[in-house]
Structure formats: C-alpha cells, structure tokens
Design a protein around this ligand. Structure first.
Ligand SMILES: Cc1cc2nc3c(=O)[nH]c(=O)nc-3n(C[C@H](O)[C@H](O)[C@H](O)COP(=O)(O)OP(=O)(O)OC[C@H]3O[C@@H](n4cnc5c(N)ncnc54)[C@H](O)[C@@H]3O)c2cc1C
Length: 387
C-alpha cells in the first residue's frame, strides 16, 4: 500500500521546507493580523512549480500523483503556513483536466502551470441550500452563443486572488429532470471580465484569515464556450474531483497536527512549573501522545486514499475517511497544544491560536463531518439514506 518512492517524497518535503523557511512564523502572523493575503508566498510556490504538481507534463506541469501533491500541502502546514491559500490552484484544475475539451485544456492548462492564470476558486455553495447541492438556485440559461447567469453563491474562496472560477449552475430546472443530480453544468468563468459586469463580490469577515465571499449574479453573460464538458453533467464532474480534494485536505490536517504536536512537545519540555517541566506530568503528556497516535493513524488512511486514487481505483471511501480522521485528529492536536501552552496559547506571538482557528475549518469545509458519516453509513454500511 505505501509503496511511493520515499526518496522522491523526501526530496519534495525538503524542497517545500526550504521554500517555507523564507516565510517564517512572523510572516504568517503579520498576514493574519493584517487580514492580508500571502501574495509573496503564493508567488514563490507558483514560481517553484509546486502548484502545478498534478498538471500533466504535456501541459507544462510536473505530472506528479496525488501522493506527491499531498506531501507539498502537508509540509506547508507542518512548517506553520496555511495551504488554504494555495490548494485551490492545485485541485480546481481537475475538473478542466478531466472534462474540458482539448481546446480548453491546451489554452488554459499551460497558463495555469506557469502561474500566468490562477484558477483558485470554485463556486458551489449557496446561502439557501447549503449542503443540499442539487437544490441550487443559480441558473445559467443559454441565449445564442452565451449563457446568462442569475443567482447567488456564498463562502466562495480566493475570488479576489483568482483570474478564473469553476461555477456550478442549473441549466435545466430541477422539476424537469428525472434524477436530481442531472441538469447542472459547470462553467469556467473569467473573473476579470465578470466582476463589475453582472457579478458582484462581497467579502465575508470570518474566524480565519481566509479570503471568502458572497457572490451575486445579475444577468451575467458568459460565452457558451465556457461550458466544461456536456451540459447537464456538471454535478457528476464536480464529484469526480472531490476525492482528490478531500485527500489533499487530509494531508494539510496531518501537517497541522504535526506542527501542533511538535510545538506542544517543545513547550512541555521547556516550561517549568512546580519545579519541573510541565511535560513530566502525565496530565500534560497524555493528550499530546494521544494526538500523535491519532495523527499517525489518519496518515495511514491518507496514504491508502493516495494509493487508490493514483492507481485509478475508486478512492471515494478512503478519501472521505482520511479527511474525517485527519480533520478530527488535527483539531484534537490543536486543543492539546492550546491547553499545553496555558495562557500563552492565547497570545498571537505563539501562533497556536492562529493555527487553532485555521485547522478548525476542516471539520466544516469543504465537506462537514456529518456528511462524511452519512456517506459511510449509506455507501459502505448500506444503511438507509437519511436525506
Ligand atoms: C471559510 C470557508 C470557505 C469555504 N470555501 C468554499 C468555496 O470555495 N466554495 C464553495 O462552494 N463552498 C465553500 N465553503 C462552503 C462549505 O463547503 C460549506 O460551508 C459546507 O459544505 C457546509 O455547508 P453549509 O455551510 O451550507 O452548512 P449546512 O448545509 O447549512 O449545514 C449546517 C450543519 O448541519 C449539518 N447537516 C446538514 N444536513 C445534515 C444532515 N442531513 N445530516 C446531518 N447533519 C446535517 C452539517 O453537517 C453542518 O454541520 C466554504 C466554507 C467556509 C466556512
């Protein structure tokens, strides 16, 4: 199962770690405090070629697998950074790669690989339908050589730092399809043309320093050529890319977990109270040890998901379970780290509170924990569908 070339993976780890060395804790702290975007970091990762890891070589990328890509994001988080600022560029292109026309792929993928264009955004979630995606109300109606888009999206990330966005919209009303997953389509929207011409972007202030937005579509006209794949099959296309996304997020959580464990172990060794290191108390060391065990266990499932995905098998179960375990384990590690630091865990300069907020997101997005549990119950355990 774990037969990836360890030497290659180690070389990737070292390369990413070296780059992250130029973006130390002070950098991330400042970006967080200013509620800014780590532009210099994103640029450096792009120029080093890390974000085009999974784009095939014929389109200018490195043609690496999910295993290698997952190591890149894991290392960024293990070094104290936040992969949430770059992961979109790695996985949003899957939809295009797998379902786009030859012309679309030849035009866009080399530009994504070089970083000339950013495809950091994917617009699926809507305010009134939430997880019940097949009920989305955003519509795209074909008018000649254009589609006219109307509706609203919420929580759409990195729109202000992206050139392109994958958009899911209904092209056939729900009432007119036999299967509710049909009748939705995906489009590659050029944000540079759309914003201000039918698309309005409203940033959402939130717990994490995560650039995310509400989008309002008011008769936005997009060329018919921006449709990806066949009309009506968009939801299936999106689902297809989610297993890679979930596995990559699992790896990010594992990176976070490793950061929390290292940080708490160090502090527990150094901090002396009652005349001895706090880490000598089992009440302090056990939660850290427990977090370590859980992160290691989640990591095994992550490698299983990578192996299944990279060998072309259906990675649905493993990817969902990896994301579930890793998000839970990184949150437990975050809690243990904060508790170990006592009051200092709340001080910005220790970075614990920032990473604590950042890792919490992954139990909600891109899929909430409950929805993974219901997937496992229904698809693996053959229990009745609950919704
Ligand atoms: C910072 C951030 C960034 C995001 N970025 C993006 C993005 O770039 N693009 C995008 O499309 N979306 C994005 N999202 C949206 C994210 O994917 C959703 O928030 C998430 O899928 C949950 O959907 P919801 O918020 O509508 O919750 P809801 O669907 O309203 O659910 C609320 C709660 O109820 C639970 N629940 C709902 N139904 C059931 C059920 N049947 N059984 C059990 N529990 C249930 C859920 O698990 C959840 O805990 C982002 C969200 C955040 C917070």
């Amino acid at each position: 199962m774990i037969d990836n070339n360890q030497e290659e993976l180690n070389a990737i780890r070292e390369g990413v770690r070296a780059l992250c060395g130029d973006f130390p804790a002070e950098y991330w702290r400042k970006v967080d405090e200013e509620k800014g975007f780590p532009e210099a970091f994103v640029k450096a990762m792009t120029e080093a070629g890390w974000l085009s890891a999974m784009i095939p070589e014929e389109f200018g990328g490195s043609g690496l697998g999910l295993a290698e890509a997952s190591v890149i994001l894991e290392e960024v988080n293990a070094c104290g950074g936040n992969s949430g600022t770059i992961h979109g560029q790695m996985y949003n292109m899957f939809t295009l790669l797998r379902n786009g026309s030859e012309e679309q792929k030849r035009y866009y993928l080399p530009k994504l690989a070089s970083g000339e264009l950013r495809l950091q955004s994917m617009g699926v979630t809507e305010p009134t339908t939430g997880t019940d995606t097949t009920k989305i109300k955003t519509t795209a109606v074909r008018k000649g050589d254009k589609y006219v888009v109307n509706g609203q999206k919420v929580w759409i990330s990195r729109v202000q730092h992206s050139d392109l966005m994958i958009l899911l919209a209904r092209t056939t009303p729900l009432a007119e399809v036999t299967k509710k997953v049909d009748g939705m389509s995906i489009f590659l929207v050029d944000l540079r043309e759309a914003i201000g011409n039918g698309l309005t972007v409203q940033p959402i202030a939130n717990l994490v320093n995560h650039e995310t937005n509400e989008l309002f579509f008011d008769n936005l006209e997009i060329p018919a050529s921006s449709l990806i794949g066949e009309e009506g099959k968009g939801f299936r296309y999106i689902l297809d890319g989610l297993n890679a996304e979930r596995t990559l997020i699992a790896a990010e959580c594992i990176g976070d977990g490793r950061w929390f464990i290292e940080k708490s172990s160090q502090y527990a060794r150094d901090r002396v109270v009652f005349g001895r290191p706090i880490g000598q108390n089992q009440g302090v060391q056990f939660p850290i040890a427990e977090a370590h065990i859980e992160i290691e266990a989640a990591d095994l499932m992550r490698w299983r998901a990578c192996a299944e995905y990279d060998s072309g098998r259906n990675a649905g179960a493993a990817a969902n379970m990896a994301k579930y375990l890793a998000a839970k384990a990184s949150w437990e590690a975050a809690n243990a780290c904060l508790q170990t630091h006592g009051g200092f865990g709340f001080a910005n300069e220790y970075d614990v509170e920032r990473k604590f907020r950042e890792t919490r997101l992954y139990q909600v997005a891109p899929i909430s924990t409950n929805l993974i549990l219901s997937y496992v119950a229904e698809h693996l355990l053959e229990l009745p569908r609950s919704f």
